[in-house]
Design a protein around this ligand. Structure first.
Ligand code: PMP
Length: 346
């Protein structure tokens, strides 16, 4: 339940309507998922941003900051970015009618976000997934090269751009504090660039010093291991948008109090539970974060407390993957369908 109006937190003049409609997303209790827990789970509904994900926040914020810094000239500049798709859509919404946008995306990502970027007029270049981060063919190195070869281009570089984390430190974090009255025992989120984790983490360290910052990370990503001081090797995984085979410059691992690895099947299973039990249709990174939040809640001693978890994007971006039973069968994730059949038979 949101306890404020957009007008209280967002500028009413300047910026596009989309920018003004971004943020101040609802926070809702996951009453069914949390039913067996001693602690309360609250979910931040970032899929309710106008272009559909948490990345609307950084799209608008980075474009505004870059304009203020004289790095973008309307009608002339080209934005170039490497993305799992959501940042591309968020940037497209922020750039609409003013800038050309070229994005690179790894072949692992489903087709929906590519279609959305194209629908906004962006040019999308697919790059191989199964190459190491230092390969010239990686989606990040391809974007960097494209930016270097494009006149009047601005390489957004979300993995290192401090305006990414700043957007969350200035908006997402303070919203969570206001919406909970500061009663946050723990914050649970995945990290792709680390912008959300680092930005919200900084805001919470300042406003709610006792809040535990919990990193939810897919098995196969190295981030949780690095946060624990380990040296796990990267492996493939299915969840899109979080985790990785390198530590982004923006991810401040010193903020991580707990790091929890989640198997793909548990992230997918939680997505289906959120859909069936809570009526929330979300992406795999949300399923991962909620699965981690449930596990963390089981270990948290002390009086009943509130655990806040991020839901970065919506399920419509995953109709051909997580929400397609054939895709699930292809990846051996069939127990969710057996569970649904059993439920329907009751
Ligand atoms: N979930 C999804 C679906 C994403 O696309 C992203 C961004 N790649 C994230 C979570 C993580 O956000 P951040 O980049 O702020 O760590």
């Amino acid at each position: 339940m949101t306890d404020m109006t957009a007008a209280e937190t967002l500028p009413t003049t300047g910026g596009s309507a989309a920018h003004r409609a971004t943020g101040t997303t609802p926070i809702v209790e996951l009453a069914s998922i949390g039913a067996g827990l001693r602690h309360r789970l609250l979910a931040k509904c970032e899929f309710m941003n106008p272009a559909g994900s948490v990345k609307d926040r950084i799209g608008h914020h980075i474009v505004r900051r870059a304009e203020e810094a004289g790095l973008l000239v309307p009608g002339r500049s080209t934005l170039v970015e490497a993305t799992a798709g959501n940042t591309g859509v968020g940037l497209a919404a922020a750039a609409a009618g003013r800038y050309r946008l070229v994005t690179t995306m790894s072949s692992k990502m489903g087709p929906e976000k590519e279609a959305m970027m194209r629908a906004w007029g962006a040019e999308v270049i697919r790059c191989p997934y199964d190459v190491p981060p230092d390969s010239p063919r990686s989606f990040i190195n391809t974007a960097r090269r494209l930016a270097e070869g494009t006149p009047d281009s601005y390489y957004v570089d979300q993995f290192n751009n401090p305006w990414n984390a700043e957007a969350h430190e200035l908006t997402t974090g303070p919203e969570l504090v206001r919406q909970t009255g500061g009663a946050i025992a723990a914050f649970v989120s995945g990290a792709g660039t680390g912008g959300t984790f680092t930005g919200v983490g900084r805001a919470l360290r300042a406003a709610v010093p006792g809040a535990q910052l919990v990193l939810a990370d897919p098995v196969g990503s190295i981030l949780a291991s690095r946060a624990r001081g380990g040296h796990a090797r990267p492996g493939p995984y299915l969840v899109e948008g979080i985790g990785g085979d390198f530590v982004p410059g923006l991810l401040d691992l010193s903020l991580v109090d707990h790091a929890i690895n989640v198997e793909d099947r548990d992230s997918v299973r939680m997505c289906l539970r959120l859909q069936r039990e809570e009526g929330l249709w979300v992406g795999g990174s949300s399923g991962c974060a909620v699965a981690a939040a449930v596990r963390y809640a089981g270990t948290l001693t002390g009086p009943p407390a509130t655990i806040v978890v991020m839901l970065p994007d919506g399920g419509s971006r995953y109709t051909s993957t997580i929400y397609d039973p054939l895709w699930r069968a292809e990846h051996g994730i069939t127990e969710v369908d057996a569970e649904a059949d059993a439920q329907a038979a009751v």
